[in-house]
Write a protein that binds this ligand. Structure first.
Ligand SMILES: Cc1cc2nc3c(=O)[nH]c(=O)nc-3n(C[C@H](O)[C@H](O)[C@H](O)COP(=O)(O)OP(=O)(O)OC[C@H]3O[C@@H](n4cnc5c(N)ncnc54)[C@H](O)[C@@H]3O)c2cc1C
Length: 349
């Protein structure tokens, strides 16, 4: 029987550590408990929110006037298939423990995603990515329960509609499903992905000697680089008390890019994006708008190690974080005419 608690502070369930109470709160360890929670929501006729690791979440100071259900479905099961090894994981598995396990099994495909906080179930939602890798290239199946009908559902990779920080689960179907299991197809004995400049630089000596780092070495390299940037959640590192990158890299038309480039005396970093569009670097736009690392408004501050992360330096409220967010957005809009979009999910606003 699932235990439903009342008036539970949500701040401690998130990496930003801000926000008010959930009117109701429960933890589901199995699919049956997910269904029980849905029955409760129907009986009480209250709103519903699915919580993973709370690492991509900004909860309002008012909290949430409904049931917050934390998904804790566990289990990691590898199986051999003709195409490689498929790892099936419960949505509540801590993401990095899955990555660690796949690397230990010498299976390639998730190594660059080492050290990202949160749960397995959170990864398809925004198509988690880092250092040139995204879960979109390994996910082969996502299972869940439809909230309205309590019906089981399953999606193939193609049906997930993955793009940059984008899937059906945070777009047209946001709030429609509780994800329960995810399957990742990995390459046993495969080469690690070394596409990203930071990573290539980290292994410059190895690469110059004509060698390739192993999957385990790439995982360690990614963890080191991420720690230096405050991008591994660590109680003792205030720069990591964030929701990761707070702003998405803006994707603009070629005309828009040309307009922005014309306003800058220095080259504007940019990358090709699908459909002939151009991806800009949000961190660069922010820095060029006069906001540097460590910039603070009260107890909310831009990370001292990474311009894209907004952090709680201790005792911040959601209102403080929103004030900083709005300040950063206004500076970039004023300087470049670009409206930044937040990456984390905003709950209870
Ligand atoms: C220090 C730090 C570094 C980060 N670095 C990166 C990075 O490099 N790349 C990157 O992409 N992200 C990064 N993030 C953001 C975050 O870690 C990821 O987005 C992560 O996948 C979120 O998972 P979560 O379980 O914490 O989701 P939550 O924050 O709990 O929830 C986020 C959204 O997903 C939904 N959700 C979560 N679980 C489920 C489920 N089982 N079923 C249905 N919906 C669900 C929630 O309803 C919510 O809408 C970082 C965050 C921090 C704090």
């Amino acid at each position: 029987m699932i235990e439903i608690q009342e008036n539970i502070p949500l701040a401690s369930w998130t990496t930003l550590g801000v926000g008010g109470n959930a009117m109701y709160f429960a933890v589901a360890f199995a699919e049956d408990e997910v269904r029980e929670a849905l029955e409760f929501v129907q009986r009480r006729n209250v709103p519903f929110f699915v919580l993973g690791g709370g690492s991509n979440l900004l909860v309002s100071d008012r909290g949430f006037p409904g049931l917050v259900l934390r998904i804790a479905i566990g289990g990691i099961e590898p199986r051999q298939e003709s195409s490689g090894v498929v790892f099936r994981a419960g949505a509540g598995v801590e993401w990095d423990s899955l990555v660690e396990r796949t690397v230990a099994a010498n299976c390639a495909g998730l190594e660059c995603l080492s050290g990202i906080p949160g749960s397995v179930g959170g990864t398809p939602v925004q198509n988690v990515g880092a250092y040139g890798q995204e879960v979109a290239s390994s996910i082969v199946r996502v299972e869940g329960v439809e909230i309205a009908s309590a019906r089981k559902v399953a999606f193939s990779r193609e049906e997930c509609g993955f793009h940059y920080r984008h899937s059906r689960f945070n777009q047209q179907d946001a709030g429609r499903y509780i994800l329960t299991f995810v399957e990742y197809a990995l390459r046993p004995g495969g080469e690690p992905q070394l596409a990203y400049t930071d990573l290539k630089r980290h292994f410059a000596d190895t690469l110059a000697a004509g060698a390739r780092p192993s999957l385990a070495e790439v995982r360690q390299g990614v963890l080191e680089i991420r720690r230096r940037k405050g991008m591994v959640f660590d109680e003792n590192d205030p720069d990591s008390h964030s929701a990761g990158s707070f702003f998405k890299n803006p994707v603009v038309s070629r005309e828009e890019y040309a307009r922005i480039a014309a306003t800058s005396t220095v080259p504007v970093p940019h990358y090709d994006a699908p459909e002939g569009r151009i991806k800009l670097a949000a961190a660069w736009l922010i820095e060029q708008s006069g906001i540097s690392r460590g910039f603070a408004l009260g107890p909310a501050a831009v990370s001292g190690k990474h311009t894209l992360a907004l952090t709680n330096r201790g005792g911040a409220t959601a209102t403080d974080i929103v004030r900083l967010k709005e300040h950063v957005e206004a500076q970039v809009l004023g300087r470049f005419g670009v409206q930044l979009q937040p990456e984390p999910v905003l709950l209870g606003f």
